[in-house]
Design a protein around this ligand. Structure first.
Ligand code: FAD
Length: 294
């Protein structure tokens, strides 16, 4: 089956040996879908600097996987962050997801103030500017289809995205969303502003609907009534419902011409694997090289 759809997976760096083993197991189950890359987050508050680096290093030993670290402005000096980036380049890492980062346990609002570390970066754009001076990294940035919670309006977000593109960002990954129409509206707006970089939709399979509301609210991701009602009146297991919802969301994105999908796996293979398997059966993504999910 020929398809030009590219998928990617996001993981967080494991905290302990058990989580480490779980991550490799997850990866082994998901890598059969030929991910274009896997990205490794940088924990809130800058808490996982070493763990992100060490996980990326381990991924570099697997030639079939392209690891991309997230790098944030948080909890470190400019010099220290630049050193880390230079080290990534030496390890063969050519792409970075460049993000401002968030402080731990903070609810983002228009009034929340990001606390800059002494001699640190304030905005993702400042970090992009320095990274591009260090090496010719491919820079991937965060995009917010329903507006970043701190921005006063969508115009501010678009100006910020433009600024990052002018400094060298060449791809965006979105915050997760559940309402494709809102995403398409956003894409229309940015295209009118002549923003042409590929924007990769970020897909979050719903693990636990009851816990989703708080997270979605903090991230400005609206949950359509239709989805809330499906969980309220569910007739199937929550797992099946979540898989069906995300599969439909992906199908619609693919039909509307989006050629990349980024899955927020939360280090679990079950939901993302089943969604990818469904897309395979519908011949929307490349057939896995192993029969694990079929
Ligand atoms: P920025 O681009 O710096 O923008 C933040 C806010 O400041 C926006 O409101 C913007 O409009 C405003 N702003 C930016 N520049 C200026 C300026 N020059 N003047 C005035 N205002 C300005 N968090 C983590 O902690 N670790 C991760 O690994 C991580 N990965 C992520 C991956 C993706 C794909 C996404 C979408 C988010 C991720 N996050 C992560 C969350 C992210 O840190 C938060 O969403 C953060 O609040 C914003 O990051 P940003 O890069 O968009 O920030």
């Amino acid at each position: 089956m020929k398809t030009d759809l590219k998928i990617s997976f996001e993981f967080f760096p494991p905290k302990n040996l058990k989580m480490h083993q779980d991550l490799w197991e997850t990866l082994n189950k998901l890598k059969i879908f030929y991910p274009d890359f896997v990205s490794i987050t940088y924990g809130a508050g800058g808490s996982t600097r070493k763990r992100t680096h060490d996980t990326i290093k381990k991924f570099t030993y697997r030639p079939s996987i392209r690891p991309i670290p997230h790098l944030t402005c948080i909890g470190d000096t400019r010099n220290s962050i630049k050193k880390l980036a230079t080290n990534y380049w030496k390890m063969g890492i050519k792409s970075i997801v460049v993000i401002r980062g968030d402080s731990e346990n903070i609810k983002l609002t228009k009034k929340s103030k990001f606390v800059t570390y002494p001699n640190g970066y304030k905005y993702a754009s400042e970090l992009i500017s320095d990274l591009r001076k260090i090496r010719d990294f491919e820079i991937i940035v965060g995009v917010f289809p329903e507006q970043h919670p701190e921005s006063k309006d969508i115009k501010e977000d678009i100006e910020n995205l433009k600024r990052k593109i002018d400094l060298g960002a060449s791809k965006g990954i979105t915050q997760f969303f559940f309402d494709n129409n809102k995403f398409y509206e956003f894409i229309n707006i940015i295209e009118k502003k002549n923003i042409k970089i590929p924007i990769i939709p970020g897909i979050l399979p719903i693990i636990n609907f009851n816990k989703l509301n708080k997270l979605a609210e903090n991230c400005n991701a609206s949950i359509p009534k239709k989805i809330t009602n499906l969980y309220k009146n569910k007739r199937e297991y929550e797992y099946e419902l979540s898989v069906n919802i995300a599969t439909k969301q992906c199908e619609d994105l693919i039909k509307n011409g989006f050629k990349n999908l980024h899955f927020y796996t939360l280090n679990r293979s079950d939901l993302t694997g089943k969604i990818c398997s469904n897309l395979t059966k519908k011949k929307l993504i490349k057939k896995p090289y192993d029969a694990f999910w079929t």
